[in-house]
Design a protein around this ligand. Structure first.
Ligand SMILES: Cc1cc2nc3c(=O)[nH]c(=O)nc-3n(C[C@H](O)[C@H](O)[C@H](O)COP(=O)(O)OP(=O)(O)OC[C@H]3O[C@@H](n4cnc5c(N)ncnc54)[C@H](O)[C@@H]3O)c2cc1C
Length: 391
């Protein structure tokens, strides 16, 4: 149900609509079907950093512009995670990703796959788009319609008054609940000051220092956490654009070695076959100078031409990839915080009993830190922890 009204009261509110929120909500609701639960998301739909651009301008295109797929290493054989991933596979929400992965070396030649943060363990692919994966997760176990969604709703303030959480959105709508789950750390991190144009971190304002040791520790860890910015370029290739060979799988990945990344400013390139047989290309960059040159670019069109020039140079003489023709449409997504980096938050700080607030997402410790694996696992662990408390 999509609602748009002010002053709503719930048993539990979830801030964020990324994959960790969807995993948490589906598990929580399964065990507490009678509870009134709402999810509040700043964006237009579900998925967060693992979402899909469904363009209004370019009809028929669905490009995964954040995480294109995900890998599960689970080297510690965590059963909670293993069983959950098995469940997603059994439900046919995901499948093992057997797409081709290439490493481009110094001479832009193709090399065999190397161990890398995004493909150690087993890689999985959503059977539909990445946004649809989050949608399916939250609707699984017959939960469709059991949760209220508030999209395009940015929470800018939070208060804990008389045993109740009160959230205020940018538009002034109020949301109240007994329990609160934050799946993004925006409201707990100093970057909120600039982004939300406020003068105190919202969680700190809601729970002043020395009231709760766990909250103090969580905030001090986050103070040391930084973020990797990224740009993604979505290239809507022309109708007749295709590979040089007859590759027909949904996705194909090309990773660049460090020195090539420096030269071309690209990190990886993901070809994404569309349902209408067109071939979309998503180029990722985390080169800071390049990101800044985009921010300062006087003419975005000139910047876009540069992307095609670099792409063509990179794939010059490549036996799989054809060059682009410079008349392709491109849209750009700027991820201010694509992945947390540096200090991760210990899982022991995931919830405060006194304040009835829980946290999950890829910003927690573990081998999945900064990845979907960490988002899913932290959501599963949080749900286990609060199972008997948030009744
Ligand atoms: C370009 C890119 C490439 C990536 N590649 C990979 C990859 O290959 N493999 C991999 O495993 N991971 C990858 N990642 C990381 C992966 O996408 C994230 O780890 C994962 O999606 C995080 O999910 P989450 O639910 O924890 O957080 P998010 O997806 O960030 O969800 C949090 C949500 O909360 C919302 N929100 C935040 N604050 C508020 C507020 N105040 N009010 C309302 N809503 C709010 C946000 O809009 C967001 O939708 C990539 C990320 C990016 C950006």
């Amino acid at each position: 149900m999509i609602l748009m009204k002010s002053d709503f009261t719930y048993d539990l509110l979830i801030i964020g609509g990324g994959i960790s929120a969807c995993v948490f909500a589906s598990k929580y609701l399964k065990n507490n079907i009678s509870k009134k639960v709402a999810l509040i998301e700043a964006g237009r739909g579900l998925g967060g950093r693992s979402s899909t651009r469904i363009s209004k301008r370019f009809k028929g295109w669905k490009l995964n512009h954040g995480a294109p797929n995900f890998n599960i290493s689970n080297s510690k054989q965590n059963l909670l995670l293993k069983n959950y991933i098995d469940e997603l596979v059994e439900n046919k929400f995901i499948k093992i990703d057997d797409s081709e992965i290439f490493f481009l070396n110094e001479n832009s030649n193709l090399e065999a796959i190397k161990k890398y943060q995004f493909f150690c363990g087993i890689n999985y692919l959503s059977l539909d788009s990445m946004s649809e994966l989050s949608q399916k997760i939250i609707e699984s176990n017959n939960l469709k319609g059991k949760i209220d969604f508030y999209f395009k709703t940015l929470i800018v303030d939070m208060k804990f008054n008389d045993d109740e959480w009160v959230l205020t959105s940018k538009n002034g709508d109020k949301f109240k609940s007994k329990y609160l789950i934050c799946t993004s750390n925006l409201l707990c991190h100093k970057r909120s000051l600039k982004i939300l144009n406020i003068n105190q971190i919202p969680l700190r304002k809601a729970i002043p220092i020395n009231n709760d040791k766990k909250i103090d520790l969580l905030l001090s860890c986050l103070d040391k956490q930084s973020f990797i910015p990224r740009l993604t370029f979505l290239i809507y290739a022309n109708e007749n654009y295709s590979y040089k060979d007859f590759y027909s799988k949904k996705q194909r990945y090309f990773y660049l070695k460090n020195n090539l990344q420096n030269k071309y400013k690209f990190e990886r390139i993901i070809f994404q076959l569309q349902n209408n047989d067109k071939l979309g290309i998503v180029v990722h960059s985390k080169n800071i100078d390049f990101i800044n040159s985009y921010i300062n670019a006087k003419d975005e069109e000139v910047f876009k031409q540069k992307i095609i020039t670099n792409f063509n140079e990179l794939f010059e003489d490549n036996y799989l990839v054809n060059k682009l023709t410079f008349d392709e449409k491109i849209s750009i997504m700027k991820w201010r915080a694509s992945q947390p980096s540096g200090i991760s938050v210990p899982l022991s700080l995931q919830f405060s009993r006194n304040y009835r607030i829980g946290f999950c997402g890829d910003w927690f410790e573990g081998e999945g830190f900064g990845r979907i694996e960490g988002s899913i696992l932290s959501a599963l662990i949080l749900e286990e922890k609060i199972k008997d408390l948030f009744k």
